[in-house]
Design a protein around this ligand. Structure first.
Ligand code: ASP
Length: 601
């Protein structure tokens, strides 16, 4: 028996048709011997009815009733029947099949379901079980409309991206999963080699070097929906394996990559929403993003900019500020204007923000209000007249405004101020819901120095083309609503330059040869000027769908502890398998020291 329709198909125009529907028993209700079942599948829900009083002549009502009794919730079932109009007043306008129902004439249990651990309805968040339960029973969780829509949306997004890229001559090329480690900055997941005991493959953190070698190979335009693996400590909302839309192009400039991405996103936008996406996206330099918004991925849908006050405090009696300026730090202010914020933030709220400042890595938070045209707070007495004038002018301070000052070392202070800005925007309801704002972050540094360890690191990765005497890198990020969707760059295409950058990162000739010799060799065979970008697919889908976590966009994600609850991985493997790989686990409960000692004797 094959289904004639899905559970989302039937309409009034189908009245009287004999149909076969197959799906899952979502809910059933018994009204005095008449059973109403919501039969569900990916496409929708159709009401099917077992009505013993209304069966075609010759139907064995008892036999049918017996089958119906086996229809436990979430069982897979098949029903044959006749489409009829619902009784007046019982139509369900929210459901596209809601005008009709199917009078069951025969039925079959295809596969019985145990009592599901949670209800597969369209429940509100509060009614859902914990995420771990959802992940353990993901096949049930994925039956929920919300999850179905997310998976469909993701599939459509990727399909549209492929359509666009293919139309522009990009080739989809797979690159190895078993690879040599490429230093993207995280730990590798490693896979032991049985054939070469004691050696390991690494799962790719990204296809970076392979895609670059494809450019050396003359493939010219590459893309891949690439799975990437990074063994990171549980950073917020990251997955050990995630998906990038990975792209690389030859004989191009930075702008060509950005233009192509804008056109691709506009194409996807049209396909998803039927609307034009405004391109080109605005560009903001790294410096401006940091000093004006306190973040390298600022959300520009709302204001609350930072103003620099370092010079205003060069001469002051306020000891803390004086010291910070003398030590080369930065002072920034944020004006919470009376109408949007000043009036809403009371003394207790200010205390809360002072406490939060510590959490955001700031040394503290200095605040004042404009009262009767003057700055008012308990520290103003330490300000010189020039300080006060400078603050008022720079901050464009007006009656009733509340002003926050944050000061300290450049990066830490700006990042802290950026977090404060985000918190305030959320608290004050300044973030517009359901709006999307793409940006490019451009003009980025080549290297960053970790303020704590003093270690020099690549701002993106070591394959970015440097310029301006290594001060800048030809790299950029694509941002959406205060999130980094992905990053791209022009790449180094000459071996000497690649070696130089690795040297600058502190790598010895031996290390360079050992880790990158193979790649630098490839660059020495006429590597074309090339560049590319990778867009985080999970992240973009999550933002577009307004999901709190990327886990809600992935069919089978790991939980926050990098566990796959559905299959119980990671898990131990048999001793025989370990032996075959010539490996031994040092995890305490795996090692039987007694036996080892005996073996030694
Ligand atoms: N491979 C880089 C990353 O994963 C992206 C790129 O530069 O294309 O961040």
């Amino acid at each position: 028996m094959r289904r004639t329709h899905t559970c989302g198909d039937l309409r009034s125009s189908d009245l009287g048709k004999e149909v076969c529907l197959q799906g899952w028993v979502r809910f059933s209700r018994d009204h005095g011997g008449v059973a109403f079942i919501d039969l569900a599948d990916r496409y929708g829900i159709t009401q099917v009815v077992f009505d013993p009083e209304d069966l075609p002549a010759g139907t064995d009502a008892q036999a049918l009733a017996n089958v119906m009794k086996t229809f436990t919730r979430e069982s897979a079932v098949s029903v044959n029947g006749i489409v009829r109009k619902r009784v007046d007043g019982t139509e369900d306008a929210r459901n596209k099949t809601g005008e009709v129902e199917v009078l069951i004439t025969s039925a079959e249990l295809l596969s019985r379901s145990e009592v599901p651990p949670f209800e597969i309805g369209d429940q509100k968040e509060g009614v859902l079980p914990s995420e771990d339960v959802r992940l353990e029973y993901r096949y049930l969780d994925l039956r929920r409309t919300e999850m179905i829509r997310a998976i469909e949306f993701r599939s459509k997004f990727i399909h549209l991206a492929r359509q666009y890229l293919e139309s522009q001559g990009f080739l989809e090329i797979e690159t190895p999963m078993l690879a040599k480690s490429t230093p993207e900055g995280a730990r590798d997941y490693v896979v032991p080699s049985r054939v070469h005991p004691g050696t390991f493959y690494a799962l790719p953190q990204s296809p970076q070097l392979y895609k670059q070698m494809l450019m050396v190979a003359g493939m010219d335009r590459y893309y891949q929906v690439a799975r990437c693996f990074r063994d990171e400590d549980s950073r917020k909302d990251r997955q050990p394996e995630f998906t990038q839309l990975d792209i690389e192009m030859s004989f191009i400039e930075e702008k060509d990559i950005q233009d192509n991405m804008e056109r691709m996103l506009a194409y996807i936008w049209k396909g998803l929403y039927g609307e034009e996406l405004q391109i080109p996206f605005p560009r903001i330099s790294y410096m401006e993003a940091m000093e004006r918004y306190g973040s390298d991925k600022p959300d520009l849908r709302y204001g609350l900019p930072l103003e620099k006050l370092t010079e205003v405090f060069r001469e002051t009696n306020y000891g803390i500020m004086k010291k910070i300026v003398a030590e080369g730090g930065i002072i920034v202010g944020m004006n919470l204007k009376k109408d949007i914020a000043g009036d809403k933030i009371g003394r207790n709220d200010v205390d809360r923000y002072i406490a939060l400042a510590k959490k955001f890595g700031l040394g503290g938070l200095t605040w004042m209000r404009v009262v009767n045209g003057e700055l008012d707070s308990n520290i103003v007495k330490y300000f010189t007249d020039d300080n006060k004038k400078g603050i008022k002018e720079t901050m464009k301070a007006e009656e009733g405004d509340l002003i926050f000052l944050m000061a300290g070392p450049w990066k830490r202070t700006l990042e802290g101020a950026g977090l404060m800005r985000r918190q305030l925007a959320a608290d004050l309801g300044l973030v517009p819901e359901g709006t999307f704002q793409f940006h490019w972050l451009v003009d980025c540094p080549m290297f960053e120095v970790d303020p704590v360890s003093g270690k020099k690191d690549a701002f993106h990765h070591p394959f970015v083309l440097p310029y301006d005497n290594f001060k800048k890198g030809a790299c950029f990020d694509i941002l959406l609503n205060g999130n980094e969707l992905g990053s791209g760059s022009m790449r180094i295409n000459r071996p000497e330059m690649q070696v130089e950058v690795l040297h600058q990162l502190g790598l010895s000739d031996e290390r360079i040869e050992e880790n990158f010799g193979w790649f630098i060799k490839a660059l020495s065979y006429g590597a074309p000027p090339h560049g590319g970008i990778a867009i985080g697919v999970d992240r973009v889908i999550a933002i577009l769908l307004g999901k709190e976590t990327i886990r809600d966009t992935i069919a089978f994600p790991k939980n926050k502890k990098a566990e796959s609850l559905i299959d119980g991985s990671p898990d131990k493997i048999d001793d025989e398998k370990l032996e075959e790989l010539q490996l031994m686990s040092l995890a305490m409960d795996d090692v039987n020291f007694d036996i080892e000692e005996e073996d030694i004797e």
